[in-house]
Design a protein around this ligand. Structure first.
Ligand SMILES: NC(=O)c1ccc[n+]([C@@H]2O[C@H](COP(=O)([O-])OP(=O)(O)OC[C@H]3O[C@@H](n4cnc5c(N)ncnc54)[C@H](OP(=O)(O)O)[C@@H]3O)[C@@H](O)[C@H]2O)c1
Length: 238
């Protein structure tokens, strides 16, 4: 049976690769981002709806879920991927930085997850995957990022809490803790320096995160898991 997915932040980097991958695998997809239609990064497809919306807006989150139900009659997988990253010394974060990180990374997670659960609970099935960072488990000297980690690390804890809360209700919740992945997020970064942020000596590819999402979506006995996809970065020092 056709599975229906909602991917946030679906028009760039990890979310874009994931949306294309899910379409190739037969999923119907609602692809959400603030400037989704203007970006035009996704070609028209009969199993795809591209929708503009800010995950920080609860109405936009609810609209995306309603679209999945109205167009594809279900919602099986939600990937909380929309996110921003600001690395700087802790004392240099401004109130505007804090507000931006909380809006997209925290409020976005809450609004989309609540809207998704409201649709999934009456059906007694569903799967939520959050895209986190391996920096939450293994901070790296030279990449100070305590504010994004505060939120992404909190989502790791919430993954376990939500998994327990919903396990008997047919809903799974997992997180992928990604290492440094080659996306426009790092457009200004030095590729050689970034490669040293993984013991594998290279940065990851978006399709390596998509493969992990496909694995988790098929792994029906896996919930509350934080799956590190980072070339081993979380495992120790290198
Ligand atoms: N790349 C990495 O190395 C890495 C490592 C660990 C974790 N991650 C996480 O992976 C996720 C994706 O990262 P990426 O590297 O693929 O980023 P990216 O290339 O910068 O793409 C971010 C996507 O999110 C959308 N977006 C941003 N804010 C949004 C909002 N408030 N509401 C809706 N959509 C929003 C953007 O589109 P619009 O501008 O149109 O909204 C875009 O489609 C993020 O959560 C990030 O923290 C990335």
């Amino acid at each position: 049976m056709q599975r229906v997915a909602l991917v946030t932040g679906a028009t760039s980097g990890i979310g874009l690769d994931l949306t294309r991958t899910l379409l190739r695998r037969g999923y119907a997809v609602v692809a959400l981002s603030r400037r989704a239609t203007a970006r035009a990064s996704l070609p028209a497809h009969e199993r795809l709806v591209v929708q503009d919306g800010d995950v920080a807006d609860p109405a936009a989150a609810a609209r995306a879920v309603e679209t999945a139900l109205a167009r594809f009659d279900g919602l099986d997988l939600v990937v909380n991927n929309a996110g921003i990253f600001l690395a700087k010394p802790f004392v240099d974060y401004t109130p505007e930085d804090l507000a931006a990180l909380v809006a997209t990374n925290l409020h976005g997670f809450v609004h989309v997850t609540q809207a998704a659960l409201r649709a999934m609970l009456p059906r007694g099935r569903g799967h939520i995957v959050n895209i986190g960072t391996s920096l939450a488990a293994q901070p790296i000297a030279g990449v100070p990022s305590a504010l994004p980690i505060l939120i992404k690390g909190g989502i790791e804890a919430a993954t376990r809490s939500l998994a327990i809360e919903h396990a008997a209700l047919g809903i799974r919740v997992n997180t992928i803790a990604a290492g440094i992945i080659d996306t426009p997020m790092h457009a200004q970064g030095d590729p050689r320096a970034l490669a040293q942020l993984s013991p594998a000596g290279r940065i990851g590819r978006p399709d390596e995160i998509s493969a992990a999402v496909l694995y988790l979506d098929a792994a029906e006995f896996v919930s509350g898991e934080v799956l590190h996809v980072d070339g081993g970065a979380h495992a120790g020092r290198w």
